[in-house]
Design a protein around this ligand. Structure first.
Ligand code: PSV
Ligand code: MN
Length: 386
C-alpha cells in the first residue's frame, strides 16, 4: 500500500474513549486524586471532546450507567453535540450494586436476575434516546468456590436473560458481549472466554457479537488468533483496548507490548474489517495523568495500525506459499520496524493538528485551566459520582 492509501485508511480510523477514564479512578488499593480530573459526566464529556480536538480521531465517548446517569438525557445529548462528538457504546453496570454479590443475570435469585435485566433494558432505551448503536455488556458473574452454584444452571439463566434482552434490541443496535477469564470471581466466571461469548452470540442472533478486551486473557494468549477466528465467522464486534503485564491491569494500550497491538491491528487490516469493528479504549489511569494518557493510547493505536497497513501482504503470501518461515516473519518485521512518525505527522498536519498531540495537550495549558476550574476532587466524591 502506498503512503497516500495508508493515509486515507488512517484518516478513516475512529477510536472511542471511555467516560470512566477521565475521572478519579484507580486500583482496589488506592485512588490518587488528580488535580483537574473530571468530577461528573459533563466534565468527562468535555475531556473526551478535548481528546478528539487534539487527535482528530475520537469522535465518540462510551458511557457507563449508572456512573454517567443524568436526569435529563436530552440535555446530555445536546452537551455532547455542542462539543462536536457523539455518544458511543452504552455500558450497563452489572457489578456495582450490593445485590450482585452472587451474580447478576446468573444470580440464583430470580428477583436479582430481573433487576439486572431491567437495568440492561433501561440501557437499551438510553442508547435509543442518545442515538447510540452499541450496548456493551460485561458481567462480573461467576463463583469463587467449587460447588457454590450449578455451572450449567448459571449458563442457562444467562442465556435466558440475554434472549429476553436481545428480543428488545432495536434494529440499529448491536449487543457486544465481553468476556474475562477471572476476577472478581476466582473459581468460575460465567463468560470466561471468547468461545463462550461466541456460543452465546450464536444463540442470540446476528446483532450479537463478541467484544475483545485485550486485558482479559491469561498470560501468553494469542489474541490476534482469536481476532482472526472471530472475523472468519463474522463474530468480532469490537475491542476494549488496554495493555496488561500480569492481570487486568488497564494500562496504556501498546505500552507493554506494541508488537502484540501491531499483530492485532494487522488482522483487522488484512480482513478489511474496520467498518464493522468498534475500536474502543477501556483503561483506568491511576498514577499517570488522565487526558494525556488517553491521548497517548490513541496515538499508540494509530501507530500500530499504520504499521499494520504497511505489511506487504502480496509478498507475504508468496513467501508463505514457498514455506519460507523466517522470510515470512521478516516481512512482518519490516512493517513493524518502519518509523511511521513522519506519516502520522502528515496525517495530523492535513487535519491541522500538532504532530504530537500529547505535547499539544501539555503545552496548551489545558491541565492548568482544569485544575483552576475544578480543583482536586476528593476521592470520596469521585467515587460517589463515578
Ligand atoms: C471489566 O474489567 C471491564 O473491562 C468492563 O468492560 C467494564 O465495563 C470496564 O472494565 C469498566 O469497569
Ligand atoms: Mn472492558
Amino acid at each position: 500500500m502506498n503512503d497516500d492509501a495508508v493515509l486515507a485508511k488512517l484518516a478513516a480510523l475512529e477510536i472511542e474513549t471511555p467516560s470512566w477514564g477521565y475521572g478519579n479512578s484507580g486500583t482496589r488499593f488506592h485512588v490518587y486524586p488528580w488535580p483537574g480530573a473530571a468530577r461528573n459526566v459533563w466534565e468527562r464529556i468535555d475531556d473526551a471532546a478535548l481528546v478528539h480536538r487534539l487527535t482528530g480521531c475520537c469522535p465518540s465517548v462510551a458511557l457507563h450507567i449508572p456512573w454517567d446517569r443524568v436526569d435529563d438525557w436530552s440535555a446530555l445529548g445536546d452537551h455532547v453535540r455542542e462539543r462536536g462528538i457523539r455518544i458511543g457504546a452504552i455500558n450497563p453496570n452489572l457489578f456495582g450494586d450490593d445485590t450482585y454479590g452472587l451474580g447478576s443475570l446468573c444470580h440464583p435469585d430470580p428477583s436479582v436476575r430481573r433487576q439486572a435485566l431491567d437495568h440492561c433494558l433501561e440501557c437499551v432505551e438510553i442508547a435509543r434516546e442518545l442515538g447510540s448503536t452499541i450496548i456493551s455488556l460485561w458481567l462480573a458473574d461467576g463463583t469463587s468456590y467449587a460447588g457454590q452454584d450449578d455451572l450449567r444452571g448459571r449458563h442457562a439463566r444467562l442465556v435466558a436473560g440475554l434472549k429476553e434482552l436481545y428480543a428488545e434490541l432495536p434494529q440499529e443496535q448491536r449487543l457486544l458481549v465481553e468476556y474475562k477469564f477471572f476476577e472478581p470471581a476466582f473459581y468460575s466466571t460465567d463468560i470466561p472466554d471468547w468461545g463462550t461469548a461466541a456460543l452465546i452470540c450464536r444463540r442470540l442472533g446476528p446483532q450479537a457479537q463478541v467484544l475483545v478486551d485485550t486485558g482479559h486473557h491469561p498470560q501468553g494468549t494469542n489474541i490476534e488468533q482469536i481476532v482472526a477466528v472471530l472475523l472468519a465467522d463474522g463474530l468480532l464486534g469490537g475491542f476494549h483496548f488496554n495493555n496488561r503485564k500480569y492481570a487486568d491491569d488497564d494500562l496504556i494500550v501498546g505500552s507493554v507490548d506494541p508488537f502484540e497491538l501491531f499483530r492485532i491491528m494487522r488482522e483487522i487490516a488484512l480482513a478489511q474489517a474496520e467498518p464493522s469493528t468498534a475500536f474502543m479504549i477501556d483503561q483506568s489511569h491511576n498514577i499517570e495523568g488522565k487526558i494525556d494518557a488517553m491521548i497517548q493510547s490513541v496515538m499508540n493505536i494509530q501507530t500500530a495500525y499504520a504499521k499494520a497497513l504497511l505489511v506487504d501482504e502480496s509478498r507475504l503470501a508468496s513467501v508463505q506459499e514457498q514455506g519460507d518461515v523466517l522470510g515470512a516473519h521478516r516481512v512482518l518485521l519490516e512493517a513493524f520496524e518502519t518509523d511511521v512518525r513522519p506519516l502520522l505527522a502528515r496525517l495530523r498536519a492535513e487535519k491541522g493538528l500538532h504532530a504530537d498531540p500529547v505535547q499539544a495537550f501539555r503545552d496548551g495549558g489545558y491541565l492548568e485551566q482544569r485544575t483552576r476550574e475544578r480543583g482536586t476532587a476528593s476521592v470520596e466524591s469521585a467515587y460517589e459520582k463515578l
